[in-house]
Design a protein around this ligand. Structure first.
Ligand code: PMP
Length: 365
């Protein structure tokens, strides 16, 4: 007995966790600063923590009202209809719902390379095929509609990420419009805004009234600090109002996550503080690191260090866990998540020391 042919499937490579690294290196987890998974260094909103505690006593009941409340609250925030909000287990879950809703077996998606690995993974789970469009280091990973369209060949879904992971590059709203207008009318443009709170651009959700081939992904994992609860959503055009009910997992998001997300949405101070820290940290990283870096609209900075694996290993031995971007196809780069001020200063010190010790060949961006 064997599962289906999974040879084209690759496992997701997450950033390394504190416990895991501490165990490997025989260190105390307290000594480690984790800047490898673009998490919120301020933790969740205290209001979300209180909501989690309050919800704990009711987890014997399937989540229904909480899901409705969260959907309504998100719809109100974006001034869209509640039926346009597909709540899911993280933005990852929303990617799966879009794959399920759009891909017939053998349909293709077009995804960025380098880029977030779950787009191709989800497509393959749903019997889809994968093509990619290149983002070129020589052009500072610039994202344009023209660049995407030059690789486009009628794929069913085109993914764009803004701010882009792992490069930090932002895609201008006008470029998204161009893309929506120039692709085939049966091609869906998915705008992944997992990191959008950290950027300055308006959300592509504003385009949903104009285009029926655009969907937008958002998450509570980053600026809202709820990664461990797995809660996010897709905002979709009004035309597909009935589709969610046909593709979603029953009770798509759990009670605790829905209640926490509702509380987080009402805590503007926590959100502002989180965004402010990330914006400070990414500028500090860019100014103080002795290696080439790229501008970032997200809560992380991509840095060219030469031998990423050696630099990431040595940094973590000195207490700072960063993301080696080899699994993104960038073996000469690391991605450093924005920490608190203290964590960011520590990261700069450690990475600069490590780079000076290892003396990688300078890699110009
Ligand atoms: N999109 C991008 C670009 C990401 O980097 C991530 C998280 N690493 C996600 C989506 C998924 O986020 P989540 O499932 O935690 O909401």
């Amino acid at each position: 007995m064997q599962p289906r042919d999974l040879s084209a499937h690759e496992a997701y490579v997450p950033g390394r966790g504190t416990e895991e690294v501490a165990r490997d290196l025989g260190m105390d987890p307290e000594e480690l600063t984790k800047l490898s998974s673009n998490e919120n260094p301020h933790g969740p909103s205290p209001d979300a923590v209180a909501a989690v505690e309050a919800a704990a006593a009711d987890v014997n009941v399937y989540p229904k009202a909480s899901h409705t409340d969260l959907t309504d609250r998100i719809a109100e925030k974006w001034e869209i209809d509640a039926k346009q909000v597909w709540v899911s287990a993280g933005a990852d879950g929303a990617i799966d719902y879009l794959s399920r809703a759009f891909l017939e077996p053998g349909d293709e998606i077009l995804a960025p390379d380098p880029g977030f690995s779950y787009y191709p993974m989800s497509a393959r789970y749903h019997h889809g095929e994968v093509s990619t469009y290149p983002l070129s280091k020589a052009e500072d990973f610039e994202q344009t509609a023209e660049g995407v369209l030059s690789s486009y060949d009628g794929e069913r879904i085109v993914f764009v990420t803004t701010p882009h992971n792992p490069t930090g590059a932002v895609l201008d709203g006008e470029e998204i419009r161009t893309l929506a207008e120039r692709v085939h009318d049966q091609t869906l443009v998915v705008v992944d805004e997992a990191y959008a709170e950290y950027a300055e651009e308006p959300s592509a959700i504003d385009l949903l009234g104009e285009y029926d081939n655009v969907a937008v992904l958002r998450t509570f994992s980053k600026a809202y600090g709820l990664a461990g609860l797995r809660i996010g959503y897709a905002a979709v055009p009004r035309e597909w109002a009935e589709v969610y009910a046909r593709v979603n997992t029953p009770f798509a998001a759990n009670e605790v996550a829905c209640r926490a997300a509702l509380a987080a949405l009402d805590d503007d101070d926590h959100l502002e503080r989180s965004v402010e820290t990330a914006r400070w940290s990414r500028e500090y990283l860019r100014e103080e690191l002795d290696v080439p870096t790229w501008p970032s609209g997200g809560n992380f900075v991509l840095c060219a260090v030469g031998d990423a694996s050696a630099v990431a290993d040595a940094s973590q031995r000195r207490g700072v866990i960063v993301r080696d971007t080899s699994s993104f196809g960038l073996p000469e780069c690391i991605r450093v998540s924005c920490g608190t001020r203290e964590e960011t200063r520590r990261a700069v010190e450690v990475i600069n020391d490590v780079v000076a010790d290892i003396r990688p060949e300078a890699v110009e961006p």
